[in-house]
Design a protein around this ligand. Structure first.
Ligand SMILES: [Fe+2]
Length: 234
């Protein structure tokens, strides 16, 4: 049996060391990477029924905790593609984000913003045959992160896209197009300038539902030409 081999492709990706993004200074490797041989562990990934490994789908983050989450309800949708614009079907898209006030439900997030008892901030969806995904959530708030004086992260949603194998996994962030903090964010600035727009969703009236939710579209290219830049957040 012939297995695919996935080579690293750093074109368009942020550097592992970007001093303006302070924690990269501590964790960036000091030596050149060693290419490890890929085995079946890296060149395969969960296929249906992937729920056995990753859990059931959770496509509506606004209602999964019992009540209704506080905040601006939004729909996020898009296509997951390879570098030749072919759809990546049946791939798991995991989502995690702060609540509408900018706070994560996590022990290490203790800044002075309210938790929402009806919002966990975690979701999981799967692409269809066209590579499309869709989930409902609330727009996350900005939050402080101590990288420098008066540092605030722009509103963002974290995403993990598995692709066809563990070696193709992409962890990245989606930003919102009308956010003034984007211009000040060292994490986004680690991405080469012409490629930053790949991380910003666009507002879409066709996705927006009357009297219910605003719609955003965020397409993702897993690797190669047109790849969506990864994030370097731990
Ligand atoms: Fe975050």
């Amino acid at each position: 049996m012939t297995r695919a081999v996935f080579s690293r492709d750093d074109a368009g990706q942020p550097p592992v060391l970007f001093p303006a993004y302070g924690s990269t200074v501590l964790r960036a490797p000091r030596h050149a990477p060693i290419q490890a041989p890929q085995t079946v562990t890296e060149t395969t990934g969960p296929t249906a029924p992937w729920e056995r490994l990753m859990g059931a789908p959770a496509a509506d983050l606004t209602t999964q905790a019992g009540g209704v989450a506080q905040g601006q309800r939004i729909i996020v949708t898009g296509r997951v593609m390879d570098q030749d614009a072919r759809p990546v079907a049946n791939t798991v898209v995991e989502i995690w984000q702060a609540n509408a006030a900018g706070r994560y439900r996590h022990d290490k997030d203790q800044w002075d913003a309210p938790l929402d008892p009806n919002f966990t901030g975690a979701g999981r969806v799967v692409t269809d045959d066209e590579g499309r995904y869709r989930y409902v959530t609330v727009r996350p708030g900005a939050y402080p992160w101590k990288n420098h004086a008066n540092a605030w992260r722009p509103a963002h949603i974290h995403l993990s896209l598995l692709g066809p194998a563990f070696a193709t996994r992409l962890v990245t962030q989606m930003y919102f197009p009308d956010d003034p903090l984007i211009a000040l964010d060292p994490i986004l600035h680690a991405v080469p300038t012409p490629l930053r727009s790949r991380l910003v969703a666009h507002f879409d009236m066709d996705t927006t539902q009357p009297e219910w939710a605003l719609g955003y579209v965020f397409d993702v290219v897993l690797r190669g030409r047109g790849a969506t830049p990864a994030d370097r957040e731990p």
